[in-house]
Design a protein around this ligand. Structure first.
Ligand code: SF4
Length: 399
């Protein structure tokens, strides 16, 4: 029987770098740079051919960066290459991330034609002053226009990303953002709290840093998120993710439930064949290695040998996931989901009883009201989620 697989495709290009961003992306690159990279990316996808017939691809996520800066035919090339190499399920979830500053209606129609059926829009805030503080390239009006274009192009599954705890944000402006987004009725909303990452322009801008809301305000925003979104019919199914019933992100759920996925492109992370690995982050070297892959494929090189040699050059580190790390990760990620983890699934996956491994710690947190259980599933309560970092650290196994 074929195994399920998810694919992530990284597009490391943006129009302009946002002040808080430490994602792997380059601003202001030209068409030639885009073309070179997409050719490389397609070659990387092709090198997985020898393993492809063991899998059915259930979800594809084209993220970045800003995939919508690309010429739409490049999105077509990526998806065509994937379906030439892999067997894609009849009803896959295929997501593309777009930035409101680069949405084009004609491109949206093309995405739909290529099979994309979910669009994720980075809105972040409805307050133009805040968008400016964040260095975003769009204002709220452009977001609304872009959102309406996505709907008009026929997409029935839209996610909107929002940020909390950003410079200049008040409870009032945050709630206003939530309200305006819910009025548009996207199927899915992700709300992430700002992390100030070292080396970003924001981390060096004292004026903006002073405008970041204090911890108490941040906590209130967190509480308001659940309240406002629940009142509008959105259910929290993961710490930062809310959806209308049936619209949970299938792709992200694969990450949270320990499923296999391959990340293609610069710096992309994978969990494949029991190994966790990430690609290199130097675009020149990445392009060169993938060009060698193309030459080897055209030269009829042994596909397994080709894969081994290209993989060893493309990856920065490969970690074989031994049982203890897999168990820990299953718990850390699984407990981020409101449905929690299942004792039955745990046994099937690890051939062990969850209570044999974690009985005392689960019982302790259930007694203290931080966790609940129905005999099979175990999940964090609202109180537990508030201190999840602390609780999850108790799930690290002694080695
Ligand atoms: S659009 Fe996204 S990836 Fe690009 S710079 Fe802004 S935050 Fe980073």
């Amino acid at each position: 029987m074929k195994k399920n697989l998810s694919l992530y495709v990284h597009i490391p290009f943006c129009v302009h770098k946002c002040a808080y961003c430490d994602f792997l992306s380059f601003e202001n690159r030209n068409l030639t740079d885009h073309m070179q990279y997409i050719t490389a990316l397609c070659n990387e996808i092709s090198m997985y051919k020898p393993f492809a017939d063991r899998y059915t691809v259930k979800t594809i996520y084209i993220g970045g960066g800003t995939p919508s800066v690309l010429d739409e035919v490049m999105i077509e090339s990526i998806l065509n290459t994937i379906s030439n190499v892999f067997q894609v399920d009849r009803f896959p979830e295929i997501t593309i991330e777009v930035n409101p500053g680069t949405i084009k209606y004609s491109n949206l129609l093309k995405y739909a034609e290529y099979g994309v059926n979910r669009v994720s829009i980075g809105m972040q805030s409805a307050d133009d002053r805040i968008l400016k503080n964040l260095g975003r390239i769009h204002n709220f009006e452009q977001f609304v226009e872009g959102y309406n274009d996505v709907r008009r192009a026929g997409f029935k599954n839209i996610n909107v990303d929002i940020m909390s705890g950003v410079p200049g944000q008040t409870i009032h402006s945050f709630v206003d953002t939530l309200t305006r987004v819910t009025e548009l009725k996207p199927e899915h909303i992700s709300v992430y709290s700002l992390q100030v990452e070292e080396g970003t322009p924001l981390s060096e801008n004292q004026e903006l840093l002073r405008l970041i809301p204090d911890e108490e305000t941040d906590r209130q925003m967190y509480a308001m998120t659940k309240k406002v979104l629940a009142a509008c019919g959105y259910k929290r199914y993961e710490i930062s993710n809310y959806s209308q019933p049936g619209y949970e992100s299938r792709h992200n759920s694969v990450y949270w439930t320990g499923g296999e996925y391959i990340g293609f492109g610069l710096g992309a992370a994978s969990y494949f064949k029991g190994e966790r690995f990430s690609n290199i982050k130097d675009i020149e070297i990445y392009n060169r290695i993938c060009e060698d892959v193309r030459e080897a494929i055209t030269g009829n090189a042994d596909p397994f040998k080709l894969y081994e040699s290209a993989a060893s050059r493309l990856r920065t580190s490969t970690e074989t996931m031994y049982i203890d790390s897999r168990i820990e990760e299953y718990m850390f990620l699984g407990l981020r989901m409101m449905a929690g983890v299942s004792r039955k699934e745990f046994r099937l996956r690890f051939n062990k009883d969850m209570y044999e491994v974690y009985g005392p710690v689960i019982n302790k947190y259930v007694d203290e009201g931080y966790m609940e259980t129905d005999g099979d599933r175990v999940w964090l309560t609202d109180r537990g989620i508030d201190v999840s970092n602390y609780i999850l650290s108790d799930f690290i196994l002694d080695r």
